[in-house]
Design a protein. Structure first.
Length: 271
């Protein structure tokens, strides 16, 4: 770890928003976009949102990485985490974003509320690595559920389903760590207050992060893109930044936003 990277992690560890901005400036000033890729992408997303005068970024956090958590999890599962997963958590201990459009009819009510279920426009709540592998972070109901071609018992669900990203009380992104996914969690979107996952498209953590950054955490974009009839039986999605760069980011000039920037055959082009 070079001196600048060490300084960036110190700034992130303070959990002070002004220091986060300084950390992003250091990444860009010292050309550390590759070594601090996820912080760079987070800052890039913030800059895009700030172009729109109606967007009010209420809160944003990018937490310092906790390498000891990676080591503890690898010991627990008896495997080395997949390279893509490990890279993310080596750079980030969790990231959060909460933004509203001032044209939102419930803006005044929602801007002072941390219950991010009240007509929120943008929300990301990605927790640290512990959240994926510790059952006390579980957010699901205790009944049988299908995963691909297998029916999981309530006990299997408790052991393998853990919250990765919280969009609202209706939608969440769950990490599944069963079978071949124990060291490379597969993500699936739940709807109906965490009760229905079978229509979710499946993707790994790095791919989902690219979707999050490209959509700027827009709450409505992810359900529209991550769900289709019988989605979990379809091929696992593996988009990278280059895939998303083919398409413009959401245009927040008008409200409500239109999803016209993603073509109807969006994922089919990837498959």
């Amino acid at each position: 770890m070079n001196e600048n990277t060490h300084k960036i992690n110190q700034l992130l560890a303070s959990r002070i928003q002004e220091n986060l901005d300084l950390a992003i400036e250091l990444v860009n000033a010292n050309e550390l976009q590759e070594n601090c890729y996820y912080l760079y992408r987070f800052g890039e997303m913030l800059d895009y949102l700030r172009q729109f005068e109606h967007i009010d970024i209420i809160e944003y956090k990018f937490l310092a990485p906790q390498v000891k958590h990676i080591q503890e999890i690898e010991q627990k599962i008896g495997k080395t985490l997949d390279e893509g997963v490990k890279t993310f958590y080596e750079q980030c201990g969790g990231l959060f974003l909460f933004w509203l459009d001032k044209r939102n009819p419930r803006y005044e009510l929602a801007k002072n509320s941390y219950q991010q279920d009240i007509c929120v426009d943008g929300s990301i709540a990605i927790f640290n690595l512990d959240a994926i592998y510790h059952s006390n972070h579980l957010r699901t109901y205790g009944y049988e559920r299908k995963f691909r071609h297998k029916t999981l018992s309530a006990e299997e669900i408790e052991a393998t389903h853990h919250l990765f990203d919280y969009l609202s009380s209706y939608y969440d992104m769950m990490a599944y760590t069963g079978e071949e996914f124990s060291n490379n969690p597969i993500l699936m979107m739940g709807s109906d207050h965490g009760g229905w996952y079978e229509d979710s498209r499946l993707m790994h953590i790095p791919a989902y992060l690219e979707l999050v950054f490209h959509s700027c955490g827009t709450v409505d974009s992810r359900p529209n893109l991550c769900r289709s009839n019988g989605g979990n039986l379809k091929p696992i999605l593996k988009p990278d930044k280059a895939f998303f760069d083919q398409y413009p980011r959401p245009d927040f000039s008008n409200y409500p936003y239109e999803e016209t920037h993603y073509p109807l055959d969006f994922w089919e082009r990837l498959e």
